[in-house]
Design a protein around this ligand. Sequence first.
Ligand code: ATP
Length: 284
Amino acid sequence: MIIYEKAPAKINLMLDVLHKRNDGFHEVEMVMTMVDLADRLTLQETETNRITLSSQSGYIPLDDKNLAVRAARLLRQRFGIQRGVHMVLEKRIPVAAGLAGGSSDAAAALRGLNRLWELGLSISELEELGAELGSDVPFCVSGGTALATGRGEKLEKIPSPPHSWVILAKPPINVSTADVYGNLKAAEIQQHPSASAMQAALEQGSFTDVCGTLGNVLEDVTLKLYPGVARLKQVMESLGADGVLMSGSGPTVFGLVNKEEKARRICNGLRGFCEEVYAVRTLG
Ligand code: ATP
């Protein structure tokens, strides 16, 4: 049997850090939504009991460090599975970009193996297992749009943004999420974006209010560490995107745009400035 799973990228419409917890994690409030830029994961039964992974991407580990492999190992160990699997990962989401590519691959592996190995696990059971792999994995299990709290694993489904274009621009910089959080002084954050204002904008289906409520407290840190990201943000704004924000810990900057013509113009304008540019749609 062969099973296919799509693993879409996420963007953060808002990201706030409330404080650092005693366990070392940060207490966050985030609104996350999926976009239609996706990796593709194929899961295939094998004769052996080994877990193997191949990918056309040269930028990701293929061994036990890969989050999809870790998801398979977790399921096998937790449920005493003896069967193996060969996974083929077609990577399209840029790596270490703030788009949760690895987390989405892990979530796709959990969903796919639940089917392949006939485990009968519910979505919330898969989300709980996902939390053991990474803070963004539970959200990626069912996708959509959610308010995430705790360290990102407590999810409340909320309405998706009105259909719009999302221009993703990934500068050629590797940003370490750990470094960004390490440089963040949670107690000194001046302006906290509002999760409730974003939730209200989404409930009203107001594209203008969604754009006006975008905010990410990690921007201050990443933009200071990497001035190239700050310049990219300015360029995206000057090209006329309706709302512009850095996703996650960066370095990808996204622009929300409600007209196709304008989206195309912004993409063309960005191409001289940044090599990796994608025009995608929000996923409802
Ligand atoms: P997040 O937004 O959740 O912080 P990210 O988009 O910044 O994630 P990823 O693309 O998930 O970052 O990659 C982070 C690191 O995880 C990479 O350096 C990579 O080596 C490792 N990794 C492990 N498995 C994967 C995978 N399946 N795809 C991409 N990266 C992976």
